[in-house]
Design a protein around this ligand. Structure first.
Ligand code: GLU
Length: 312
């Protein structure tokens, strides 16, 4: 059984976004007591879904699979970013919102788990593999680049989006940076455990000011401790949008790497990976992915061509 977007609800969600700057605040980060099991979703949960997703009713899965376990529990723990506008940012009601949150919610909805059944756990760049390996989370949706080093520890469904590394500077670009070749020997802020932090040092010779979350790079940029912040273009675009007039992207956000975003899961759980890839593929085909994008990152960024999953 497939989740289809309920168009009337989607329209409502878009209106709610316009009015409040984020999904309607009807959720908490914890599953409420009265939320039922996997099949106890009904129309009420559907109509209240912040992304207008229809929660699958009593979906059936092979016994013993991760899908069956999560669906039966009616609960899933998803790791995401809490400080990244457009992708994963905790809103005033305590629940995160953004495109990664929407994609994680899509997976949950297909398992028959309503938004209220999702426990959101903050994952920063450096702890994502560990949180998957030690079972702290069932899934990570957190601007998470698929690469071979990470695949030694965990597996990825997707990609569901293609980002690329860019540079953000103070408005007016006081150092006159034109691209990554200009940062050799200069202080640049990025986040431990991320692909952009490694690359700006290894390939471009920057002096890394490392921190734990990208929002912690903003003050060092403001006060001149660093000349730039580097990470994925779409993360930086969120900070530019959130801090009107303060920052800009070098070269209009020109990218110099490929950062395909995947959903991180336990290594070796091929059935779960295949199933998530099916969910993603169908969501692209039926327009659900476009809608999730337009309700979140699409308020600032153009709607992309979503990539096909890489079924490695
Ligand atoms: N996509 C890159 C990565 O996974 C940078 C963004 C992030 O740190 O979340 O390392």
């Amino acid at each position: 059984m497939r989740t289809k977007l309920t168009l009337g609800v989607a329209a409502f969600a878009v209106l709610a976004l316009t009015a409040c700057g984020g999904p309607a605040g009807t959720t908490s980060t914890e599953a409420p007591e009265e939320t039922g099991g996997a099949s106890g979703t009904g129309d009420g949960a559907t109509s209240e879904h912040p992304y207008g997703l229809e929660v699958a009713e009593a979906p059936e899965f092979e016994a013993g699979t991760t899908m069956a376990e999560l669906s039966e529990a009616g609960a899933i723990t998803i790791g995401t970013k809490f400080d990244q506008p457009l992708f994963g940012l905790v809103g005033p009601d305590g629940a995160p919102e953004g495109f990664d949150v929407a994609v994680g919610s899509l997976v949950a909805a297909e398992l028959g788990i309503p938004f209220e059944g999702i426990e959101w756990t903050e994952t920063v760049s450096a702890n994502r593999e560990t949180f998957i390996e030690n079972g702290t989370v069932d899934l990570v949706a957190a601007t998470y680049t698929i690469n071979d080093a990470r695949k030694e520890k965990i597996d990825f469904a997707g990609p569901y989006y293609e980002a690329g590394q860019a540079l953000m500077v103070l408005s007016g670009n006081p150092e006159g940076l034109t691209g990554p070749d200009d940062v050799a020997g200069l202080s640049v802020c990025s986040v431990e455990g991320s692909t952009p932090a490694a690359r700006i040092v290894d390939e471009y010779g920057a002096v890394l000011q490392a921190t734990d979350t990208y929002s912690n790079c903003l003050d060092p940029l403001r006060n001149g401790q660093v000349v730039a912040v580097t990470t994925d273009n779409v993360i930086l675009a969120g900070f530019v949008d959130q801090n009107a007039g303060e920052f800009e992207l070098v070269n209009d956000g020109e990218t110099f790497t490929e950062e395909p975003y995947g959903l991180g899961i336990t290594k070796g759980d091929d059935a779960f990976r295949d199933w998530i890839n099916d969910v993603l593929e169908e969501a692209v085909a039926d327009g659900t992915m476009d809608s999730l994008w337009e309700q979140t990152a699409g308020t600032v960024l153009p709607t992309p061509e979503f990539p096909a999953p890489d079924r490695y």
